[in-house]
Every structure is written in structure tokens, then in C-alpha cells.
Design a protein around this ligand. Structure first.
Ligand code: HEC
Length: 299
């Protein structure tokens, strides 16, 4: 409550300042990330997340002169937007902490990540080698503030402190549920046909808490026979839903969460739905499988 009182809140689109600003819905939506499906009747099926996020602005470390810059400044320029100004990463684990790197990784391994990128992290092979060396020295606490190499100018003087989700001490969003929903909206009238929670926390369900929905990344697929297929939820389930009612008709555990939209295809008259199971975000385990399911043929 004290945090909320101190924070910057109010109408949408309030500008960020050096004070903490709370967004609700957060920086990944609302309904912005997963995408939606529309059927020929003009009904849109759209997942959304209801997770508060916060951020604020901090001054960027500015290079002292045009020609020289420290590893710390380069870090602030190139890496802090994702790994945080304090190198702690973000709270949901999408961007790992880079503190104590020397206890887990060799400098070579870090150079490899910088050269090739990894997962959601882009490659930094375009940086001059001297800059990569300066950043790695900084991360390994060698020569902090002393290492200088030539570099471009910093550009904007501020950076944000990251896309931070606001969780309670048990790791759930601080807002009241639902935390993730799937909604059918009739585009002809603008009316909601139904809205259901998307996803559940098993440990809450067994205590008798009604499904809360979860944070989610991924859109639905709607078929001609009136089924909606959607993964997206943090619980790693893949669900088939009745498009008329929102009722779950079938569900199955994926090898890792399917933070993607399913696709459909047919081979020799048999229809399949396929989903990429990459997991990894939101502190869920990573995966590397595509899973395809055959739809039963209606005689
Ligand atoms: C666009 C966001 C983004 C930026 C910018 C970014 N990273 Fe990353 N970084 C990531 C993500 C996401 C991962 C986790 C990748 C994975 O394992 O799937 C990661 C992983 C890493 C790792 C491996 C950590 C470990 O524990 O295995 C290192 C080291 C790293 N980043 C260093 C850097 C450095 C140095 C910079 C700046 C030059 C940088 N990153 C810029 C997103 C980013």
C-alpha cells in the first residue's frame, strides 16, 4: 500500500519520471501481445493479461568525452534496458541477472553470448571488439571505470529501469484476479459474448480457489467447426475451447509452456494443430519442441 501511495498512477499514458510509475494493465498488455482470432461471423477471440508493472527513469551514464567511454557506460548504453541498471535482471526472470557472472561463466562464454546472441537476446557482434572487451571487463569487475575505448555518443540521456512486474511476496500479481483472460467480443455489436480465466495455478486450484487465469503470451486459433485452440498460459496447458461458450472441452500438458499462437494444416485429409513450446519466459522452464495434434475426423 505504501508503495502504491508513493507511486505515480492515474490516467493512461502518464509520462515516466524518476519516481516509480505503475501501469495497469502492464507494459505487455492488456491484449497487446498475444494476438487474436476472428471468425466469419465477426466474433473476435482475444487473450489478455491483467498484471501490474512498474518502471522509472534513471540518468544514463554519459561518456566523458566523445572519444572515450568506460565499460560501465557501455553497459548502461547497450545492456541495461534488459538486464537492469543495477544488473539484477527483471523480477520474472525473462532477463537474467548479470551479478556474480564470474562465479558461473567464463569470459569466453560471455563473449560467445555477445557474438551470437541467445534466445531473446540479440547479438552484439556489430560492436567493436574493444567495446565488447570493456563491457566484459566491467561485468567481471575488472578495470571498472578505467577501461576506455572509442565509442559512439550515448543518444538519449535517460533510460528506464525495465519492464518490471509487480508481484506480492508469494509471487502472484498484486492485483485481484483474474490475471489472465480470454474474451469473445462480437464486433458487430461491440458486446462481450463471454469472458473466462485463461490458465490456473494448480496450487491455488487444489485449495479451492476458482481459476485465476495467468500471465500469458500467445494467441488463439479458431476452426471452422467452432473450436478455439490456445496455449499461451503460464501453466503450460494447451486447451480446446468451445467458441460459443468459452468452456474448456479438452486440455493437455505441453513439454514447456506454449508462448506462441498455434497453427493448423492438413495432410491427406487429416487436420492438425501445432504449437511451439519454447517456455522460458515468466520463470517457467525452457523447451525446444513443436507438438502437433491430429483432430478427430467427424464421420
Ligand atoms: C533485448 C534485451 C537484451 C539486451 C539489450 C541484452 N541482453 Fe543479455 N540476455 C537477454 C536475455 C533474454 C537473456 C537470456 C537468454 C536465454 O538464455 O534464453 C540474456 C542473457 C545474457 C547472458 C547470459 C547470462 C547467463 O546467466 O547465462 C549474458 C552474459 C548477457 N545476456 C550479457 C549481455 C550484455 C553484456 C549485454 C549488452 C552488451 C546484453 N546482454 C544485452 C536479453 C538482453
Amino acid at each position: 500500500m505504501a508503495t502504491l501511495r508513493k507511486a505515480h498512477t492515474g490516467s493512461p499514458y502518464i509520462p515516466l519520471t524518476s519516481e516509480m510509475t505503475i501501469f495497469f494493465p502492464g507494459t505487455d498488455g492488456g491484449a497487446q501481445w498475444g494476438g487474436s482470432a476472428v471468425d466469419p461471423e465477426g466474433v473476435i477471440y482475444i487473450p489478455a493479461k491483467q498484471n501490474p508493472c512498474f518502471s522509472s527513469l534513471v540518468m544514463k551514464e554519459q561518456p566523458a568525452g566523445k572519444a572515450s567511454v568506460t565499460g560501465a557506460q557501455l553497459y548502461s548504453l547497450r545492456c541495461a534496458a534488459c538486464h537492469g541498471a543495477d544488473r539484477r535482471g527483471n523480477h520474472d526472470g525473462s532477463y537474467p541477472s548479470l551479478l556474480g557472472l564470474e562465479t558461473r561463466l567464463s569470459t569466453d562464454a560471455v563473449h560467445q553470448v555477445l557474438l551470437k546472441g541467445r534466445g531473446m537476446m540479440p547479438s552484439f557482434s556489430h560492436l567493436p571488439e574493444a567495446e565488447r572487451n570493456a563491457i566484459v571487463d566491467f561485468l567481471f569487475n575488472k578495470g571498472k571505470g578505467t577501461q576506455t575505448v572509442s565509442a559512439q555518443k550515448a543518444g538519449l540521456p535517460y533510460q528506464h529501469t525495465g519492464y518490471n512486474r509487480w508481484y506480492d511476496s508469494n509471487g502472484y500479481p498484486v492485483s485481484a484476479p483474474p490475471w489472465g483472460t480470454l474474451t469473445a467480443i462480437d464486433l458487430n455489436t461491440g458486446e462481450h459474448r463471454w469472458q473466462v480465466p485463461l490458465g490456473e495455478y494448480k496450487e491455488l486450484t487444489v485449495k479451492g480457489v476458482p481459476a485465476t487465469g495467468t500471465d500469458n503470451y500467445g494467441g488463439p486459433l479458431v476452426t471452422g467447426s467452432g473450436l478455439l485452440f490456445i496455449a499461451a498460459s503460464k501453466d503450460g496447458q494447451f486447451r480446446a475451447i468451445d467458441k460459443k461458450t468459452g468452456k474448456v472441452l479438452w486440455q493437455v500438458q505441453l513439454p514447456a509452456a506454449g508462448y506462441a499462437s498455434p497453427s493448423t494444416y492438413s495432410v491427406e485429409g487429416k487436420q492438425y494443430v501445432v504449437i511451439a513450446c519454447g517456455g522460458g519466459k515468466l520463470n517457467t522452464k525452457s523447451g525446444d519442441k513443436y507438438v502437433a495434434f491430429a483432430l478427430p475426423t467427424i464421420p
